[in-house]
Each structure stands twice: as C-alpha cells, then as structure tokens.
Design a protein. Structure first.
Length: 356
C-alpha cells in the first residue's frame, strides 16, 4: 500500500512539473517569468519544434495578406514559428487542451484545423461565405462560426471534421462575432445594429438586443450577466444586462471601436479602435475613458496575458503586435508579424491562477 501511495505522489509531482506554468500561482509565475526573461536569449529556441511544445506560452496571430499564422513566444516577445493557412485568415480559437486550434479563412470560406504540436494544418472544412468570428463549446465538440456574408451561424463538428448544420438568424441578418455562455450564444450583427441571443439547444433566437451602430467583437463578463459591445459607428463601448437586454452604460471611446478586453474584477477595460488608430483605457465603474493612446495604425484585436499585466494588440496598418503594460498604460514593445494581422489569441495551458 505504501508503494502505491508513493507512485501516486510521484505521478502527481511529475504532472505538476510537466504542466509548466499552468499549476502556478500568479506570484510564482511572475517570479519564474522574470528570471527566465533575465537569462537572455539562450533559453529561447526559435525552431518550429520549440514553438509546437505544449509547455510553451504563445500568441497566435493570423495574417490576412500573407495567408499565414505567426506564433509569438510570450517571454521573449519573438516570432518563433509560422503556419501557412488558406486565403485571408481572420480569427483563431483553441481547444481547452491547447492541442488543436481552428482558424477562420474569410476568402476561402473554410476553417483550418491546426495541430499545435506539429504546427501543421490537418484539415480544411468548408463553411459559409466569409467566416469570421468563432467560438468553441466547452467540451470542444462543436465550433460555432459566424459568416459575415449571410444570415447563418455554421456549426462544425470538430470530431467528425465537417459542417454539422446551421442556425438561421432570419432574413437579412448578418453575423460577425460570437460569445457563448451556457446554452446561450450571443451574435453581433454589424449591419443591422443588434446582438442576437440564441439558445444553442433549440437553435432559436430567444432575444434581440438593439445596439449602437456597427457592433463588433462582443464580450461577456465572467458570470455572464453583462455584455460588452464596442460600437464602431457610435465610437462607444456599450454595456448591457443579459437578463433583459437593457443598456446599462455607454462610454465614449476613440473612433471606430473594434474590440474590448475586460479585467477579471470587471472594473476596467481596454478598447481598440481600428479607424481611430487608438486604444482606450476605460473605467467601467465611473463610465469614463481614462486614457487614450493614439497613432496605432489600425488597432484591431486585443488579448490579455494570463496575469492581465500585459495586453497584446494587433495593428493591421503597420503589421505589428504591440505589447501594453496594463499598470503603466503604455506601450512597452513592438513585435513585427505578418502583413495585416487580424485576430490574436493566447495559447497557454489551463490551470490554477493562470500564468504567463
């Protein structure tokens, strides 16, 4: 019995070690990252094999004009790999295991199935015209895809590797970005200025929320009670109550509001503005913009690191990803990536506290 216990303890210890930053507290992760970064470039292997390691913490950035995906190492802020994709890739999502990624290719109307260890595309699945926003079910089995050029959300069975039906939002609807909470799917319609709320079990629209002009990359609070909607036509960040669809607040930001990242405590947000070439720091409690960084060519999409100490923003006009210190609210790095970067997503192992 004692030997069996020792084996179990050893197995658990090995799993923690192998999981890298996934099982650390935020404080432990910060210390490890600082020491690793201070060791210089010797610890960063720029080969494709290193970029494909599951223990690597990276950002994936699709490039519309070069039809590829850039892999950015978080610690070194260097591009360590790339993956050829189909025509005009826009957004990307990961499975919860981080072993698979899915990229929407707008002009080829396909979804690329990517093996994140080999950094190779294993399958191309046809969907509707101009796929754009995507969200994956928590069990990794169903991918919901917004097709900008028509009224449907396309369902992709990730295990079978094929389209598995559609959700019809009604004649004249246009799908853009999506978020999922429980059995409710929220879909922004940038042409008709609304967000549809869909029950994914019945595939029926159960609520329609009128918004400001040109809603884009919508987000939900962690508890699902608030919906954050950047409206490009109103140059605003709008916040809605998901229970009844009522507007809670409307905060002025830079021109062409595009995407938003909300802090874990729900007190602050960062809003990108593609046409305004800017990033706005927002106080959600007081409903005010605290600071705006201008001169950011085509500031498009945004993603936090796991500690939310940094925000990464794609600049489609200068072919860069900028790194923002969220405490100082200033740019600390510029990373050159492929031409016209679009979306950006973090690949990091799930675990306690979040790490990198």
């Amino acid at each position: 019995m004692l030997d069996a216990k020792k084996i179990i303890i050893l197995a658990v210890s090995l799993s923690v070690v192998m999981s890298g930053c996934a099982m650390e507290t935020k404080q432990e992760a910060a210390q490890r990252l600082q020491s690793k970064a201070g060791a210089g470039g010797d610890n960063t292997n720029n080969s494709q094999s290193t970029a494909g390691k599951l223990t690597s913490v990276q950002f994936y950035v699709p490039s519309e004009k070069e039809n590829k995906l850039s892999v950015i190492d978080v610690v070194s802020s260097k591009v360590v790999g790339s993956i050829p994709l189909a025509e005009a890739p826009s957004t990307i999502v990961f499975s919860t295991t981080m072993r698979e990624a899915y990229a929407a290719n707008m002009m080829s109307s396909t979804i690329s199935f990517i093996n994140t260890q080999t950094l190779k595309v294993e399958k191309e699945v046809p969907v509707g015209p101009m796929p754009h926003g995507m969200v994956l079910s928590p069990d990794n089995k169903m991918l919901y895809v917004a097709a900008v050029a028509d009224q449907f959300v396309y369902l992709v069975d990730t295990k079978e590797g094929k389209e598995a039906g559609t959700i019809d939002l009604g004649q004249g609807a246009k799908t853009n970005y999506l978020v999922l909470f429980g059995d409710k799917l929220y879909v922004s319609d940038h042409e008709n200025h609304k967000v549809y709320v869909v029950n994914v079990k019945s595939k029926q629209v159960i609520m329609t929320i009128p918004t400001g002009k040109i809603p884009r990359a919508i987000r939900l609070s962690d508890d699902g009670k608030k919906l954050y909607v950047p409206t490009a036509g109103d140059n605003a960040l709008e916040v809605y109550n998901t229970a009844d669809g009522k507007l809670l607040s409307k905060i002025n930001v830079a021109q062409g509001a595009t995407d938003v990242a909300v802090s874990e405590d729900g007190l602050t947000a960062i809003v990108t503005s593609m046409e305004g070439n800017a990033v706005s720091f927002v106080d959600l409690t007081n409903g005010k913009t605290l600071k705006t960084i201008n001169g950011l060519a085509g500031a498009r999409h945004i993603s936090y690191n796991r500690q939310q100490t940094k925000a990464y923003v794609t600049l489609s006009g200068s072919d860069e990803v900028i790194v923002i210190d969220t405490v100082k609210q200033e740019i600390v790095e510029h990373i050159k990536v492929g031409a016209q970067p679009h979306g950006i997503q973090l690949k990091a192992l799930p675990g306690i506290g979040g790490s990198c």
